[in-house]
Ligand binder design. Sequence first.
Ligand SMILES: NC(=O)c1ccc[n+]([C@@H]2O[C@H](COP(=O)([O-])OP(=O)(O)OC[C@H]3O[C@@H](n4cnc5c(N)ncnc54)[C@H](O)[C@@H]3O)[C@@H](O)[C@H]2O)c1
Length: 256
Amino acid sequence: MKVGIMGCGSIANTLVNFKLEDKLNIDFASFYDLDKDSAEELAIKVDSKVANSLDELIESSELILECASQGAVRTSIPQILESGTNVIIMSVGALLDTDFKTQIENIAKDNGAKIYLPTGAITGIDTVKAAKMGEIKSVSLTTRKPPVSLGLDSNIKSEKIIFEGKASDAVNKFPKNINVSSTLSLASGIDADVTIIADPNIQNNTHEIHIKGTFGELVTITSNVSSPDNPKTSLLAAYSAASLLNKLSETIQIGS
Ligand SMILES: NC(=O)c1ccc[n+]([C@@H]2O[C@H](COP(=O)([O-])OP(=O)(O)OC[C@H]3O[C@@H](n4cnc5c(N)ncnc54)[C@H](O)[C@@H]3O)[C@@H](O)[C@H]2O)c1
């Protein structure tokens, strides 16, 4: 499968490294970034090419992986889907805007395209989807990050709650940090209760999920190593995109 990359930052870098380590069963069609140098840097590593425009990216790709920004999702995903090209969206926060989500869902249906949302840097989205077959009564997410991962002063001495509210609000206030709350909300059908804590005593980005429903109760904790290129992004997010890319061509598909 020929995959085009939109956004050539930390996630794209990890994917390129996986390809170089022969762990990714795809070919890179082309690389696109507002910063052309970033695109060129990655394209050279895997003997691929730079797309000079969104049109060029679309023309060269069977599937496009967005790993850029919520803004890129809003401005580019409708056009990509209109061309009938499948997409994987990493900046999932943009989809908690219900009108936008409905708009792109309709465009995808009309043009025979699919929209894939990877699990990202949390545990158990397949379980959440299964739980939703019954009734889910509550969903909460507590995210702890070192202050620097939240773009805050590194001099913060003790832990500090910096957000309490709904996921739909969190993704607007922290567009680069809390995509997982969006994936969790979309999978569960409930606008999750989110708490974000800046914690100077931890190194890893930690996501703790509590869900109650007719199935029983689920508690997960994921302690994530940050990407070396971007402390806001957990390595597991890129691993999850890579795993989804491989899954699309696997004969035996594990997990719902
Ligand atoms: N779903 C998840 O669990 C999850 C986890 C981590 C990060 N993310 C999201 O994935 C996205 C990428 O993360 P990253 O760490 O690789 O980011 P990054 O900042 O390292 O790289 C993003 C790249 O995209 C480029 N870009 C931004 N807007 C663009 C546009 N409109 N068109 C083309 N290129 C554009 C930037 O120039 C940059 O090179 C972010 O939105 C991030 O919030 C999602």
